[in-house]
Design a binder for this molecule. Structure first.
Ligand SMILES: Nc1ncnc2c1ncn2[C@@H]1O[C@H](COP(=O)(O)OP(=O)(O)OP(=O)(O)O)[C@@H](O)[C@H]1O
Ligand SMILES: [Mg+2]
Length: 253
């Protein structure tokens, strides 16, 4: 009899029931709130930090004391890190990038930024041109990539990750894989909100999530969502006055 331990491989499928309009409305409200917070951070906190930066630079120019100059320089460096952190938070909160660049370019940018920050190598298999789809589906795909990549950066200790997006018939499929330490998806939902949120968001739009992970052999997440064409005619934001209002407010600032 062999005593070789069976590999700790787990696959979790979730086909939660379609929670209908209420969940969709909640998701919309959540996105709206994120947008508002990101705008306030940009317009208020961001502006205040920039004014502070300007004042510190003036002080550095005015002072004759080398000791003071060094202290101001140190403060500027701390401030620059805070500004950079705030920029990342704003970008994470608002899918404005999605509206400006389109889904494929927004996913590419997100993956490359993550790869640069972590040193994990990105492999991207993204369609050259993808017709724009229903905004809720695009936001769900974008947020799913965001959460999955956040997890890769935070938990996986991987060397490589792959993001694959493909349309096949009436479905759009998104896969995020890494070659890191893996985990047990059976117990994971108790620990964090990220994967639970990803499942709920997908289910609310009539899709399904499959998470497969094996200790020492990485993690794969596959999300299938229905392909729904963009409701207003292209370009994606042209027929959406709400998006226009937000973009105009952002540009005016
Ligand atoms: N790519 C991955 N590699 C290794 N472990 C992972 C990966 N993705 C998720 N996990 C594990 O699954 C757990 C649950 O993930 P989830 O995203 O739900 O929560 P979290 O990342 O811990 O917290 P939150 O997303 O709420 O900030 C994680 O704590 C981690 O142990
Ligand atoms: Mg997470």
């Amino acid at each position: 009899m062999s005593h070789k331990a069976a590999p700790k491989s787990h696959t979790i499928d979730s086909h939660l029931p379609d929670l209908g309009d209420l969940s969709r409305q909640l998701l919309k409200a959540q996105e709206e709130e994120r947008r508002r917070i990101s705008r306030e951070l940009h317009d208020e906190t961001g502006q205040a930090l920039m004014v502070l930066r300007f004042h510190l630079e003036m002080l550095a120019g005015d002072t004759k004391s080398e000791e003071e100059k060094a202290k101001i320089q140190e403060s500027l460096e701390v401030l620059d890190r805070a500004i950079e952190g705030l920029r990342r938070t704003i970008a994470r909160l608002s899918p404005r990038v999605l509206e400006e660049l389109g889904l494929v370019a927004a996913i590419r940018r997100q993956a490359l930024v993550m790869a640069k920050h972590t040193g994990i190598k990105a492999h991207l298999e993204l369609p050259e041109d993808l017709a724009s789809m229903d905004h809720d589906i695009e936001v769900a795909l974008y947020r799913s990539v965001q959460e999955a990549l956040h997890n890769v950066a935070k938990h996986s200790r991987a060397n490589n990750f792959t993001v694959r997006l493909a349309r096949s018939g009436s479905k759009i499929s998104l896969q995020i894989e890494d070659d890191g330490v893996g985990f047990s998806p059976r117990t994971a939902p108790e620990r964090g909100f990220g994967l639970t949120g990803l499942r709920e968001r997908t289910a609310a739009l009539g899709g399904s999530v499959r998470i497969h992970s094996e200790s020492g052999h990485g993690t794969q997440i596959r999300i299938l969502l229905p392909w729904l064409a963009d409701r207003p005619p292209k370009p994606a934001s042209a027929g959406n006055p709400e998006i226009h209002r937000h973009l105009a407010a952002a540009r005016a600032s």
